[in-house]
Design a protein around this ligand. Structure first.
Ligand code: ADP
Ligand code: TYD
Length: 209
């Protein structure tokens, strides 16, 4: 399939509770795109997600955590994202490689350029055509998640999430061609309009004609 008929890949990124799942769902419906997510969208991924998020499991080393995220993404790309793009259909994913760079890199403190090589290897070089960062203050995101029991990441404190949020902003600033930052503070429909406008502007006529 030529590049022109391949579908486009759009990733929604941001800290837990920023509202990216809500926006990913609305965008996918609007585009008629496949909606997917990481970690956990494949059969292997469901087991990996359990290992990665369960706060009661024994601690993972940082390298093991990064490799499990990469394994989830490799399977996701091979089984679902890649084949769907090949058919010409667009894909909207709730998290992709940017999450590894932000959480394991800026959050955990692992080397971001080494992780860049890891994610490139895991994906076979597949990169999103556009990554939309939903940017909100950490306290607001935490407030939106209040209620259920925290998973292994949500249980990490505010300083961790400040590093991750700042890391996402750096990734966006460093790659303005493929990242766009959307203020996630407002109401859901208003944010969806801004996301849609960014997709139209960056990916052109094919986004909804
Ligand atoms: P994420 O996927 O980033 O963790 P979600 O989309 O699941 O975030 O949203 C977390 C919670 O906040 C959900 O209960 C959702 O309904 C709510 N929410 C999402 N966007 C907004 C918004 N713009 N304003 C208020 N609440 C929101
Ligand atoms: P999830 O519940 O899917 O995210 P959210 O709460 O934002 O809806 O949880 C996935 C968690 O895994 C989230 O805390 C971010 C983390 N994560 C990484 O640390 N690295 C990664 O590469 C990915 C994809 C996720």
């Amino acid at each position: 399939m030529t590049d022109g008929s391949r579908g486009r890949l759009i990733a929604l990124e941001g800290i837990d509770g920023c509202g990216k799942s809500t926006q990913a769902q609305m965008l996918a419906i609007r585009l008629g795109a496949l909606l997917t997510f990481e970690p956990g969208a494949t059969t292997l991924g469901r087991s990996l997600r359990h290992l990665l998020l369960d706060p009661d499991l024994p601690p993972l080393t940082e390298r093991a955590e990064a490799l499990l995220m990469a394994a989830d993404r490799a399977q996701h790309v091979a089984e679902e994202v890649g084949p769907t793009l090949e058919t010409g259909r667009w894909v909207v994913t709730d998290r992709f490689s940017g999450s590894t760079l932000a959480y394991q890199g800026y959050g955990r403190g692992m080397d971001v350029s080494e992780l860049g090589r890891l994610v490139a290897w895991a994906t076979g070089g597949l990169r999103p055509d556009l990554t939309v960062l939903i940017d909100v203050p950490v306290a607001l995101a935490k407030g939106r998640l209040a209620g259920g029991r925290d998973d292994r990441f949500e249980a990490l404190g505010t300083p961790f999430f400040e590093r991750v949020a700042d890391g996402f902003r750096r990734l966006a600033t460093g790659d303005p061609e493929t990242w766009v930052v959307v203020d996630g503070i407002g109401d859901i429909d208003g944010i969806a309009k801004i996301v849609w406008a960014a997709v139209r502007e960056r990916l052109g006529e094919r986004a909804g004609g």
